[in-house]
Design a protein around this ligand. Structure first.
Ligand code: FES
Ligand code: FE2
Length: 414
């Protein structure tokens, strides 16, 4: 698709959020050419465990087979198209299609079809297994899949953003996390890219979340937990492949504050990582892995496009494996205060997304500006660039990758 008139280095055309043809093109190209996050290994810990996910619009199943391998199968019966798995998650030896009961092993092979005698003798079940997504790789338990067999290995795709993924997950002393606490799912009436841009947007925080910040300031917790992203308190970075981070430096007292409540855990973390790195681990980071994954605070957030003007967001607050129970409880309470629909933060963001969606109906003004900080960003090498926390440098980076994937006509999907 030719994006020359829709995407400039510092601005985006309204049609990217409103045109169903562009949405279809994104599903056909971007979501099939990128490594897309599909789930966490802790969600399919045992043989036979499965959970449903999507790669763009394509329904898939993340499943651990009898051979212990984690696969991603396309959730579409080879007979006449039904989903073969309708449960969100579960455990089983096979998937039986609800329509005519064709039955598939959890590696995708077709085991059998009922009333086989009415098919010709040479009817071959061998080529009628569920489609296996060709590339599946994981990094620190985060499982990604890609339809493009030729894509670079996942670690290369992640590149330097791995340091921030590591810093986030290293708050777990064992390095492991567990997603068994459940998920909150919500939908907002707007394009998926509004969430993509906003999850690392330090410019809106002080305004959209003013009420929350006011409450937390009065509770005197804002300094250590969550605040407006002042110009000197943090930074944004953009990485190759559209990944991004919005980081807010930890208060220098953060280690001592943690130690007061969890002395042994803090000392163990400090012994493992050193105090300088521990302060980085304690920073407030919003990490974005293009195109659909955020690690924000204590949650894994997945952005799931539904249609050009509807998006589902899934938030999985995670537990730190082997951390004191009180620490996990505290993290859950912090998560609940801001993020779920009952929290203080998320509804404010969705209100604004819906205001943008309505505003974008204005055809007289086609462009959305992303030029903030463009005159003044730092090149850190290896394709990493840094700006002030309220800049739009990382959104520009996302759209550079978007243009690379959507704006070319080779490879990709159907
Ligand atoms: S559609 Fe699945 S068995 Fe017929
Ligand atoms: Fe927000």
């Amino acid at each position: 698709m030719n994006l020359d008139e829709l995407l400039l280095p510092d601005r985006v055309h309204r049609r990217l959020y409103t045109d169903p043809a562009i949405y279809d093109e994104e599903m056909r190209t971007l979501f099939r050419r990128a490594w897309v996050y599909v789930g966490h290994e802790s969600e399919v810990r045992n043989v036979g465990d499965y959970k449903r996910a999507k790669i763009g619009s394509e329904p898939v199943i993340l499943v651990r087979g009898e051979d212990e391998a984690v696969r991603v199968l396309v959730n579409r019966c080879l007979h006449r198209g039904s989903l073969v798995c309708r449960e969100e998650k579960g455990n089983g030896k096979f998937f039986r299609c609800p329509y005519h009961a064709w039955t598939y092993r959890n590696n995708g092979d077709l085991m059998g079809v009922p009333k086989r005698s009415r098919y010709p003798r040479d009817f071959d079940l061998g080529g009628l297994g569920l489609v296996n997504v060709p590339r599946v790789e994981s990094y620190r338990g985060l499982v990604f899949a890609c339809f493009d067999d030729g894509i670079e290995p996942l670690v290369e795709y992640l590149g330097p953003v791995r340091d921030y993924v590591d810093a986030t997950l290293d708050f777990s002393l064992s390095g492991e996390i567990d997603l068994s606490a459940g998920v909150s799912r919500h939908r907002y009436p707007g394009n998926w890219k509004l969430q993509m841009e906003n999850g690392v947007d330090g410019y809106h925080t002080a305004f959209v979340h003013e009420t929350y910040i006011g409450i937390m300031s009065r509770a005197e917790e804002v300094e250590l937990k969550f605040g407006s992203h002042g110009e000197d308190q943090g930074w944004t970075e953009t990485f190759p492949r559209g990944h991004a981070v919005l980081a807010r430096r930890a208060d220098p007292r953060a280690i001592d504050v943690l130690r007061e409540q969890f002395p042994e855990y803090t000392s163990a973390l400090e012994a493992k990582h050193g105090s300088e790195r521990l302060l980085e681990i304690l920073a407030h980071m919003n990490v974005f892995v293009f195109p659909n994954l955020f690690l924000i605070g204590h949650q894994i957030r997945v952005v799931q496009p539904v249609s050009v003007d509807e998006t589902e967001v899934m938030m999985y607050p995670y537990l730190l494996t082997d951390a004191p129970e009180a620490l996990n409880r505290k993290r859950m309470a912090e998560h609940e205060g801001f993020y779920p629909p009952t929290g203080f933060g998320t509804p404010d963001d969705y209100e604004v997304f819906s205001a943008v969606t309505e505003g974008l109906q204005a055809m007289s003004t086609p462009w959305l500006l992303l030029n903030r900080g463009a005159h003044d960003c730092q090149d850190l090498g290896d394709g990493v660039r840094r700006g002030s926390p309220t800049d739009e440098i990382h959104q520009r980076g996302m759209y550079a990758e978007y243009a690379r994937l959507v704006g070319s006509d080779q490879g990709g999907g159907a």
